[in-house]
Design a protein around this ligand. Structure first.
Ligand code: SAH
Length: 463
């Protein structure tokens, strides 16, 4: 036994460059296919679908797992569709593009089931609610730019390299957004504006971000820059707003690479308004450059509707909207309940939420700028007694403190909207242990077609 373990630790079951014929036996949460070389040694392979027989070549060997690439597909899966969009797989922006949409929906349902089973929880997961036309749906994108061969290129960085691969059809973005990126890029090229180069760590423009209202068609362009002002700024601004008739807001986000991964909070309006508007479920929302806003507006309306239905809201309910962004969930249910209290940590988003209350004539809601776990603790100490708590946290999920405070406040319904089933399943164990049960089934709603992201609604009820 001991000897076996030592051997397993020192001798790996595959070698770099080795070629193997195997059947893909599973798919990982990020959409990569899995071949188990031994029970405990998986190889991860892009664009490999379960049950496909492939010839693979090992490209990376780590201690407990490795990576490989497909060199020949001997037997293809029935679930495969060939969209001739291999570049999206390489870019990692649409890793499931070669999987038929019906199969993508089943995959997401099964993934939730599997993650709960791993936590020892038997649950029912409903079939994933899919999108009628699962392409060109995103209302926002942010893309890097780089000078290559005397051309300003927009696209994606090849994994693990500084080579920017040009891309103009992202397949998942609103096509008006893809067009706007190219127009802005070409104007920057015309004025020979420098772009941030990862090799030299020098240059001005880091990213172009574009957001477009699905209903309003209002367009926001944000130039994310390593420098506070651009040469020829007024000429550039003029050309951008002339060539983009839908433009409502053009901003420069001064975001030095050494300090920020993507956007900084430092925005300067170059032209037009500071923010754009769009509607969701008939409510008007102002959306600033730093505010989170759901990227798939068509499916967001379905998500919110289903979450509100599953929450069985009553006219007398006191409702918490936690991780509220610009207040979209709270505002869309406020008219059906007694009171909504929201909490969000990004100052710009809370400011937007407050404007959104006024613009929608909502008088029974307030939004608080705070860290959600800390605010829950304060509410717990103030003996707040909410009837319904909505949480919609980022991928890392909830904290033990927030769960403890929630359970102590004792809402009858605890509605968990999750964009990461791994942390959802982890948190569910804790919530159930503390006296709640899952009401009905977990409902996946596909907010991210062609990608491996899984959004879902779970309602926990007090035992
Ligand atoms: N419910 C909103 C936003 C969901 S995204 C919607 O549907 O649009 C998650 C939000 O949580 C983001 O707005 C993010 O800024 C916020 N957030 C992240 N960490 C937080 C924390 N510790 N406390 C409060 N809000 C947080």
């Amino acid at each position: 036994m001991y000897e076996g373990r030592t051997i397993a630790r020192t001798i790996l079951p595959v070698k770099l460059g080795q070629e193997i014929t195997a059947v893909v036996d599973d798919i990982r949460i990020d959409g990569m296919g899995i071949v188990h070389v031994t029970e405990h040694y998986p190889l991860y392979i892009a664009d490999a679908i379960p049950n496909e027989k492939i010839r693979l070549c090992v490209t990376q060997v780590d201690k407990f797992s490795g990576y490989a690439k497909v060199i020949e597909r001997i037997v293809s899966s029935d679930a495969r569709q060939n969209n001739h969009r291999q570049y999206l797989i390489e870019a990692g922006t649409a890793p499931l593009v070669n999987l038929k949409y019906e199969a993508q929906l089943v995959l997401k349902q099964k993934q939730i089931q599997k993650l709960f089973a791993k936590q020892g929880l038997t649950v029912t997961v409903a079939p994933t609610v899919g999108m009628r036309k699962p392409t060109y749906y995103r209302n926002k994108t942010i893309v890097p730019v780089k000078w290559q061969n005397e051309k300003l290129t927009s696209g994606f960085y090849r994994r693990g390299s500084h080579e920017l691969v040009p891309m103009t059809d992202y397949f998942v973005n609103d096509q008006a957004i893809d067009q706007a990126i190219v127009i802005v890029r070409d104007i920057l090229e015309k004025y020979q504006i420098s772009a941030f180069d990862p090799d030299t760590q020098q240059g001005a423009i880091r990213y172009i971000m574009v957001r477009r209202g699905y209903y309003s068609h209002e367009l926001m362009v944000v130039l994310v820059s390593d420098v506070p002002t651009l040469p020829n700024e007024s000429e550039i601004v003029n050309e951008i707003h002339t060539q983009l008739p839908e433009l409502k807001s053009l901003r420069l986000n001064y975001s030095p690479k050494r300090e920020y991964v993507l956007l900084s909070p430092n925005n300067r309006t170059l032209w037009g308004e500071d923010a754009i508007h769009d509607t969701l479920l008939g409510y008007d929302f102002i959306i600033g450059p730093n505010s989170f806003y759901q990227v798939n507006p068509q499916m967001t309306e379905i998500l919110y509707d289903l979450a509100a239905q599953k929450a069985e809201l009553q006219a007398n309910d006191i409702v918490i909207d936690a991780y509220s962004g610009i207040g979209t969930i709270g505002i869309s249910v406020a008219n059906r309940v007694k009171k909504v209290i929201g909490v969000e940590v990004v100052p710009g988003a809370v400011a937007d939420a407050q404007l959104n209350l006024v613009n929608n004539q909502i008088t029974n809601a307030t939004y608080i700028l705070a860290d959600a776990p800390e605010q829950f603790k304060r509410w717990q100490q103030e003996r707040l007694k909410p009837d319904v708590v909505f949480v919609d946290p980022p991928r890392r999920g909830l904290t033990a403190e927030l769960i403890e405070a929630t359970v102590d406040m004792g809402p009858n319904r605890f509605v968990y909207i999750s964009c990461n089933p791994v942390t959802l399943a982890r948190d569910a164990v804790e919530i159930i242990r503390r006296g709640y049960h899952i009401d009905g089934s977990i409902l996946p709603v596909d907010q991210f077609p062609q990608t491996s992201h899984v959004e879902s609604i779970t309602v926990f009820r007090k035992d």
